[in-house]
Ligand binder design. Sequence first.
Ligand code: SIN
Length: 328
Amino acid sequence: MCGRLTSGAVRRHDLKPKGEYCGFPARSYGHPERWLPPTGDSMAISVKPLHPLFGAEIGQVEIGLPLDDSTVVEIRAAFEEYSLLLFRDQELDDDKQIAFSERFGPLETTVKANPAGGTYFARQSNLDIDTGAVIPPEDRRIIYQKANMFWHTDSSFKRVPALCSLLSARLVPPEGGDTEFATMRATYAELPEATKRRIEGLVAEHSLVHSRSLVDPRVLTEEQKAELPPVPQTLVRTNPVNGRKSIYVGAHASHIVGWPVEQGRALLRELTEFATQQKFVYRHVWRAGDLVVWDNRCLLHRATPFDTVRYKRLMQRTTVAGDGPTVP
Ligand code: SIN
């Protein structure tokens, strides 16, 4: 059975055609031209915007089932256009999540510091991975996850940063634990021209040690620190499909290469504050069965608090690798 649903009447969406789709072989995820929106009225999925600037809920598709290539093309085109896609009421287990995630590209292996380190999953949870028991708030694993409450973009501390992340809501607390997303693409478009000129060509140094030190410098072991030395990332990125630019900042960004550290930090702070104004932010209130895919090239995100003693939260994240370093 194919994952495209045939029931329901809504088949159209408002993606603006930008060129002709030229087809692609299954499992070929390298070529940006392949993710141009299809033209015409023949869409299988439905697309409902979630926010005036970005994000869309995708309907008419069951992502836990094998998907035909044309449906994947539509999903990928919506991803390039909207930066964040929400799929509601999905029955996913780990294998199905991996299969769907791989339609976006090869998966990253998670860093050792995560309880699921060494697998394809970054586990975001207050439950022990072996026993399922609630982890006490003072435990290193809970403190480590607090860094997710800073605005960040996944894996920008890796030489090849992530293309996208897929977060699947398995257990959701009755209150709290929402995730916020901010569009660095709309941010870039609204930056003063002088700022755009000032930041063009700049490179920031990103590191996990830097972002974790914002919570507690002792949260990473020496082995975990050695796993991920700092890396350079460009400060302005361009989407290879539609050419739209975005800034590229977040908690892993430590300073600007070649600038005095404090001056670089001030610029990064200024850009992050600009990017996370309310008008650029979508807050997702999770329901069990949601899966959200977001574009790490142009969105920041952050977790929000919940009562980790009273409630259970289990989110499974897969992360798709980008297609190369952002700095040669
Ligand atoms: C993440 O930062 O990748 C996870 C966000 C969340 O758990 O809400």
